[in-house]
Design a protein around this ligand. Structure first.
Ligand SMILES: Nc1nc2c(ncn2[C@@H]2O[C@H](COP(=O)(O)OP(=O)(O)OP(=O)(O)O)[C@@H](O)[C@H]2O)c(=O)[nH]1
Length: 317
């Protein structure tokens, strides 16, 4: 199979002309919220597979990612966004806020994800942005599995509901899948009547190369300490189908020599672990054998340089 065919197969193949019932609904749904509330976990659960990377560290998601779900005469096109946050010290943070804020326009429904147990000034910032929109906003109270006394949630929900007119309020657990199907059904009812925009078997607009880089980045985020992951990115240098094998070569770019040593680990141990875990995820996602090679290179100043960001694929919209 040629490389383009692999990509077509993953993206749903060529467009088949097909008639859709007149009650078909289709539209865009933004998932917004401050960093670390569980937006990516929610998207992955709705999709039924891992597309968006997650970690315990805030600001894991850097790009806008579309997750497309076609089910029961509804095609919901979910837009996962970087968490909106107050601090904009570096170009990369400004980029992430721009990407998130632009996802509040040109959509049909917004999911405002909050953590059941924690309200911060960044949540307040997101709420202020949402108060200015005329779009339907569904309040999604996530991580309810962490709340022992569910009745204790009610006063908090009541208080929040007074701040703006939410189209719906739903407590969910993105991690355990509690109420996630109900959420998708609630979203479906609010989408406009329209035939689907994408093939019904397509799950994302992102390339396999992009997803492969994100899988590597997730493992690094999970393996390393606090500071380094934000100053690091992954570039795919080779992505080639050879028979039943997909050969992927990825380069991890860091800012400083010291960081390179940390990523590689003693005798290459950490890099090996990152590679093994990323490869296993890729096997699941691409459904084929993977040969993954990882390299680490120092490229100073990439995270605070608008031009370097562009060359690495961080465009604003
Ligand atoms: N207990 C519990 N943990 C959750 C739930 N949803 C997400 N988490 C955890 O919360 C952390 C952050 O989740 P993410 O999905 O990466 O959060 P995000 O909002 O996409 O974060 P950013 O990329 O920083 O914007 C991860 O450790 C998740 O496992 C949930 O329903 N219950």
């Amino acid at each position: 199979m040629a490389n383009d065919d692999v990509i077509n197969a993953f993206f749903g193949g060529s467009e088949a002309k097909k008639a859709f019932p007149s009650d078909y609904r289709c539209g865009y749904v933004s998932i917004v919220g401050r960093p670390n509330v569980g937006k990516s976990t929610l998207l992955n659960h709705i999709l039924g597979q891992k597309l968006s990377i997650t970690s315990r560290k805030p600001q894991t998601t850097r790009h806008r990612i579309l997750g497309i779900v076609s089910r029961d005469l509804v095609q919901a096109i979910y837009v996962d966004t970087p968490g909106i946050h107050g601090e904009e010290r570096k170009a990369i943070n400004r980029y992430m806020n721009r990407a998130a804020t632009s996802a509040l326009r040109d959509v049909d429904v917004i999911l405002f994800v909050v953590d059941a147990l924690k309200w911060t000034t960044d949540d307040e910032l997101v709420l202020e942005k949402l108060q200015k929109t005329a779009l339907p906003v569904i309040l999604v109270i996530n991580k309810v599995d962490t709340v022992d006394d569910k009745a204790a949630l009610l006063p908090a929900i009541e208080k929040l509901s007074k701040r703006m007119n939410f189209a719906d309020v739903l407590p969910v657990s993105a991690l355990r899948g509690h109420n996630v199907d109900e959420l998708h059904a609630t979203v479906g009812k609010r989408l406009p009547l329209s035939p689907p925009f994408f093939d019904e078997d397509q799950i994302t607009d992102r390339s396999q190369r992009f997803l492969a880089a994100e899988m590597v980045r997730e493992k690094i985020m999970r393996q390393l300490g606090e500071e380094i992951p934000y100053e690091l990115t992954v570039e795919i240098e080779e992505f080639k189908q050879e028979g039943k094998l997909l050969r992927i070569s990825a380069c991890i770019l860091v800012e400083r020599e010291g960081q390179k040593k940390i990523v590689i680990g003693d005798g290459g141990s950490r890099l090996k672990l990152i590679g093994t875990e990323a490869r296993l995820d890729m096997v699941k996602l691409f459904d084929r054998k993977i040969m993954l090679s990882l390299w680490v290179k120092v490229k100073g100043g990439w995270s605070d340089n608008e031009r370097a960001l562009k060359s690495l694929g961080y465009s604003s919209d």
